[in-house]
Design a protein around this ligand. Structure first.
Ligand SMILES: [Zn+2]
Length: 164
């Protein structure tokens, strides 16, 4: 794999991954869509998602005065409509002040949504000025789960070390 040893903070977040030409292609697809469809209220974000088959699916933010639906959600719907079993990677872009598309990190809702369709999905993120690539399970290391969904029993908290 294209794993590097760059350290990052947080649990399970000890790796970054090299960008590939396929990642650049994904970004360019999202960028082209935003350049075409951007609207300051109705379409502020565009997303591109690569399914397990390798095909790219586009998504567009839908907005009104009181309602916003993220671009990632329509990209995910398009991938599932095409019967993609898995999601390989995703990127979202929004306009900066100079009308230039910039990679935009997924909101909290999208992190939860994306993770529920696969923990291994790669996400291109804005790493404070440089585009980085990490897995959704690293963006959301402790997902919301019902106690009935976990494969483990969680001991009640107690003072002192919890492990070992
Ligand atoms: Zn979102």
């Amino acid at each position: 794999m294209d794993l590097t040893q760059t350290a990052r903070g947080g649990p399970d977040t000890d790796a970054t991954y090299e960008l590939t030409s396929a990642d650049v292609e994904l970004y360019e697809a999202a960028r082209r869509l935003l350049m075409t469809a951007h609207h300051s209220e109705n379409h502020r974000v565009a997303a591109a998602m690569r399914g397990g088959s390798g095909a790219i699916y586009l998504g567009l933010h839908l907005g009104s005065k009181r309602i916003n639906v993220c671009a990632e959600s329509s990209a995910l719907a398009n991938a599932r409509i095409a019967q993609e079993d898995s999601i390989h990677s995703v990127v979202a872009v929004s306009m900066d002040g100079n009308s230039e598309p910039q990679v935009t990190n997924p909101c909290g809702l999208c992190r939860e949504l994306l993770r529920s369709y696969g923990a291994e999905t790669f996400v291109l993120v804005d790493g404070e000025g440089a585009v980085e690539k990490i897995r959704i399970k690293e963006l959301l290391p402790y997902p919301w789960m019902r106690a009935t969904e976990t494969e483990w029993d969680t001991r009640p908290p107690r003072p002192g070390p919890q492990h070992g």
